[in-house]
Write a protein that binds this ligand. Sequence first.
Ligand code: SOE
Length: 399
Amino acid sequence: MTEHSKATLGIGMVGYSFMGTAHSHAWRNSASFFDLPLSPRLSVIAGRNEAAARAAGDKFGWQQVETDWRALLSRDDVDLVDVCTPGDTHAEIAIAALEAGKHVLCEKPLANTVPEAESMADAAAAARERGVRSMVGFTYRRVPAIVLARTLVADGRIGDIRHVRAQYLQDWLVDPAAPMSWRLDKQRAGSGALGDIGAHIVDLTQYITGERITGVSAMMETFVGRRPMPGDDGDVGTLGGHVTGDDVQMGDVTVDDTAVFLARFSRGALATFEATRYATGRKNAIRIEINGTNGSLAFDFEDMNVLNFYDGSEDSQTAGFRRILVTEPEHPFLAAWWPPGHLLGYEHGFTHQAVDLVNAVADGRDPEPSFADGLRVQRVLAAVEQSAAKDSIWTAIPM
Ligand code: SOE
């Protein structure tokens, strides 16, 4: 069967900024590298600013443009709605799409609040009964080294987990003249570093360990409370920047710049978490170390093709952290790409996410992470905020 004779999966995407770009790239390229049962078609891109949405649509190869996301829901050429907007619109768009019978991929964090996330998980459960699928976009789950880490834990290669150490470190706000953006506005983003990047390490550590976080003790801080308003491009696709001048308007930062917390996992492991936009020199460092009774794993996204593995069962004279280059065809997703040693990048996680979602839709399976998984992360984020607001009081996570 040629690519053209395959059944298609019509995609309608809402949003066209940073995540819109990453998702467009994934929808465009997934069928070129992976043998998919359905061929994703970039049917419609939606955005309120028609000129910007049209420009993005032309650049990324979308067939049509809508200025109201509601228009996607009645279109026959849209089977799946991909929500790439800020968090304040996730619940409304995703629930309406599910009710209209469209499969949904929703960017992380699932929502801005626990009640919104609960409504979304309920809508997803009801839609599942009608064969409608949903997934939340924790894309780093699809980094091959992360999948390998989970497999090694599940296979018992590091024994029982005692410690989890997780950091998500960025530095794009260190400069006090870096402009305001929707990511710094609680109304739109829900929270700051906590929800934007802390959500990833909460999800990743629960994914790798197969365990849940049961309670937290947290501190949060906003280091710079007012920032210059940006120019015309209020929705900065890129992070950071530098705005100065005598007539620059200032805006209030209403979210956290950094969140740190202690946590406990369901089988007793103790954990530390740190999510910050003030780690000078760290651009997108997702560092996860897991210590078990018989070994350890260490990962850093700034060296994303590598997983470090210490195997405690090895001869102590020669044992040591082994640097595994996760690019062999036997490694997850790698057979579809390049020969060993030809590295993957940030965008590949999004392509793998699209591939897994298309396969699940075609097979009539529920993809992961589900909206219920997204809700679980949301509950941890809420507990972190509650604890930080009460002098770091220990706060249990409802299961
Ligand atoms: C900004 O902090 C951001 O783009 C996050 O929103 C993404 O989820 C992360 O992948 C990279 O950083």
